[in-house]
Design a protein around this ligand. Structure first.
Ligand code: GLN
Length: 487
C-alpha cells in the first residue's frame, strides 16, 4: 500500500475486503503526517489520538466504512476544537456536529484532524491563519491557495485521503488547482451549512477535496441531501453523483466564455486550458463560444456582498458566548472592543469595516442594493449561457501557486486570485477544479487547474466531463516529491 497515492475508493475496498483495518490505515497516514506536517502545517489541529478513538468506533460496513476524512477548521465536530483559524475562537470546543459530519459518520467514515485555513475563510493563500501559513507540497516556498489551503495541501501531500472544505468565492476550487487535486463547490443549497461557521451565508457551500474525480463524486453523494436545520437547503438535493461517470463526452456541448481568456493570465495556464479544450473536442465534445458579459463585475460585487454578510455573521464573536474573552473588562463596551480588537486578524477586520460601511444608512442603496442587482445580472448570464452549452470550461486561477508573502501587502492583488471562481458563487451554481497540466517555468512543477462549471443541480454532468478528462490524461498520476522529508 503506497499511502501517498492511495485513493479513497482503493482504501474503501481494502477495508471492505479486510486487507487492512481502519486503525492500520490511520497509522499509515499518521506516520507520514508526523514527518510532513511540521513543514507543511496543513493540519492546525492534528488530533491523531482522537482520530484513533473514532476509527475504533466507526461502522466498517457502511459505504464509506473506516475512512478518515480531514475537516476544515470551520466545520464543527462534537467535542473537537473549532477555531476557524482565528484567535477569537481559541479554546472553543464544539458541543455538536455539523450535518455533514453526522452524514459522514452515518456512512461509516470518521473525522481525522482539522485543516488549516485563512481566518474565517477570508483569503486566497492560507497566510491569514492565526496558526501560521500552510505550505504547498509541490514547492514549500509557495502558498497552497486558500482559504481551504490546509485541506488541499493535506490531500496533495498524501497525509489525508480526502478532506472537506468550504467555498464562498473560490476557497475549494482555487487551492485544489494550486495543489493539484480535485475540489468541488456544489450548487448552493445542495449540502447543508448547519454547523459551518458562517462567512457569507448566501455564498458559502461545503464540498470535498480528493485525489480523483471518482472519489469526489463518492464523497459528495454522502454529503448532499435536504436538511431541515438549514433553511436554504434544497429539497431533492440527494443524488448518486457517480452515476454518469463513465458516459464519456460525445455529443456534450462545452462552452468557452470569451471573457475568461484575458490578458494577464500566465501563459502556461492559458496554454494548458487550450490544450484541455482541444483534447475534449478530440474526444467528441462540441465546443461552442459563449459570453458571460457581466463577469468583469464579479469581484467588485463579491467584495460588497461577502463583507456585508460577514460583518453581520461575525457580530456574535464578542467575548460573551464563544471562545476568547479579554482579561478584566471594565464594562461591556470595553469587553466587546478589546475582545474583538485582540481576537480578529487584519484581514477579518478589513472585511468587517468594509461590510459595516456598505450596509450603513446612506450607503446601503449605493453599494449593497446595487451589488445585489449586479448579482442578478451575473446569474442571468449563466442561465443564458446554459441554453447553448451543457458545461462551461475556464481556468480555475489566473496563475500557478505564488510565493509566500508575495501578495500579503496588496489585498487587491490577492482578491484577483479568485477572478474565475467568484461568479459561480454569486450565481449559486456548481463547479469543480481538477489538474490539467503543470507549469515547468518555476524550478519545480506547479499544478494548473481546469474549472468545469455546471448548471445548477447538474453536478453529475460536471463529474462526467471531469472523469473522462482525468482518465484520458496523465495529470492525476503525478504526485509531489516529498521524499526529502519522508526518507
Ligand atoms: N478568496 C476569497 C475571499 O477572500 C474567497 C474565500 C472563500 O471562498 N472562502 O473572500
Amino acid at each position: 500500500m503506497d499511502i501517498a497515492s492511495l485513493t479513497l475508493t482503493e482504501a474503501r475496498d481494502l477495508i471492505a475486503s479486510k486487507k487492512i483495518s481502519p486503525a492500520e490505515l490511520l497509522d499509515a497516514l499518521r506516520a507520514r503526517a508526523e514527518k510532513l506536517n511540521p513543514l507543511l502545517n496543513a493540519y492546525n489541529h492534528p488530533l491523531w489520538d482522537d482520530a484513533a478513538e473514532r476509527a475504533a468506533k466507526c461502522d466498517t460496513s457502511g459505504p464509506l466504512g473506516g475512512l478518515p476524512i480531514a475537516i476544515k477548521d470551520c466545520i464543527v465536530v462534537k467535542n473537537q476544537p473549532a477555531t476557524a483559524a482565528s484567535k477569537i475562537l481559541e479554546g472553543f470546543v464544539s458541543p455538536y456536529s455539523a450535518t455533514v459530519i453526522e452524514k459522514l459518520e452515518a456512512a461509516g467514515a470518521y473525522c481525522a484532524c482539522r485543516t488549516n485555513m485563512d481566518e474565517f475563510a477570508m483569503g486566497s493563500s492560507t497566510e491569514n491563519s492565526a496558526h501560521g501559513p500552510t505550505r504547498n507540497p509541490w514547492d514549500t516556498e509557495r502558498i497552497p491557495g486558500g482559504s481551504s489551503g490546509g485541506s488541499a495541501a493535506a490531500v496533495a501531500a498524501g497525509i489525508a485521503l480526502a478532506a472537506l472544505g468550504s467555498d464562498t468565492g473560490g476557497s475549494i476550487r482555487q487551492p485544489a488547482a494550486l495543489c493539484g487535486c480535485v475540489g468541488m463547490k456544489p450548487t448552493y443549497g445542495r449540502v447543508s451549512r448547519y454547523g459551518l461557521i458562517a462567512f457569507a451565508s448566501s455564498l458559502d457551500q461545503i464540498g470535498p477535496f480528493t485525489k480523483t474525480v471518482r472519489d469526489n463524486a463518492l464523497l459528495l453523494t454522502h454529503l448532499a441531501g435536504h436538511d431541515p436545520r438549514d433553511n436554504t437547503s434544497l429539497r431533492d438535493s440527494a443524488d448518486d453523483f457517480a452515476a454518469d461517470l463513465t458516459c464519456g463526452v460525445k455529443g456534450l456541448r462545452i462552452g468557452l466564455p470569451k471573457e475568461y481568456f484575458v490578458d494577464g493570465m500566465e501563459p502556461e495556464v492559458s496554454a494548458a486550458i487550450h490544450a484541455a479544450v482541444k483534447h475534449l473536442a478530440a474526444e467528441g465534445a462540441e465546443i461552442v463560444e459563449i459570453s458571460l458579459p457581466h463577469t468583469h463585475l464579479a469581484v467588485d460585487t463579491y467584495y460588497v456582498i461577502a463583507p456585508a454578510e460577514a460583518s453581520s455573521n461575525l457580530a456574535r464573536f464578542d467575548g460573551v458566548r464563544y471562545g476568547r474573552r479579554c482579561t478584566d473588562p471594565r464594562d461591556v463596551l470595553d469587553l466587546y472592543e478589546r475582545t474583538r480588537g485582540e481576537g480578529f486578524g487584519r484581514e477579518v477586520k478589513r472585511r468587517i469595516l468594509l461590510g459595516t460601511y456598505v450596509l450603513s444608512s446612506g450607503y446601503y442603496d449605493a453599494y449593497y442594493l446595487r451589488a445585489q442587482k449586479v448579482r442578478t445580472l451575473i446569474r442571468h448570464d449563466f442561465t443564458e449561457a446554459f441554453t447553448k452549452c451543457d458545461v462551461i470550461l475556464t481556468p480555475t486561477a489566473p496563475t500557478v501557486a505564488f510565493k509566500l508573502g508575495e501578495k500579503t501587502t496588496d489585498p487587491l492583488k490577492m482578491y484577483l486570485s479568485d477572478i474565475f471562481t467568484i461568479a459561480v458563487n454569486l450565481a449559486g451554481t456548481c463547479a469543480l477544479s481538477l489538474p490539467c497540466g503543470f507549469s515547468e517555468k518555476h524550478g519545480k512543477p506547479l499544478p494548473i487547474g481546469l474549472q468545469i462549471i455546471g448548471r445548477p443541480m447538474d453536478e453529475r454532468t460536471v463529474y462526467r466531463v471531469a472523469h473522462h478528462y482525468e482518465q484520458t490524461t496523465p495529470w492525476h498520476k503525478k504526485h509531489p516529491k516529498l521524499d526529502f522529508v519522508t526518507s
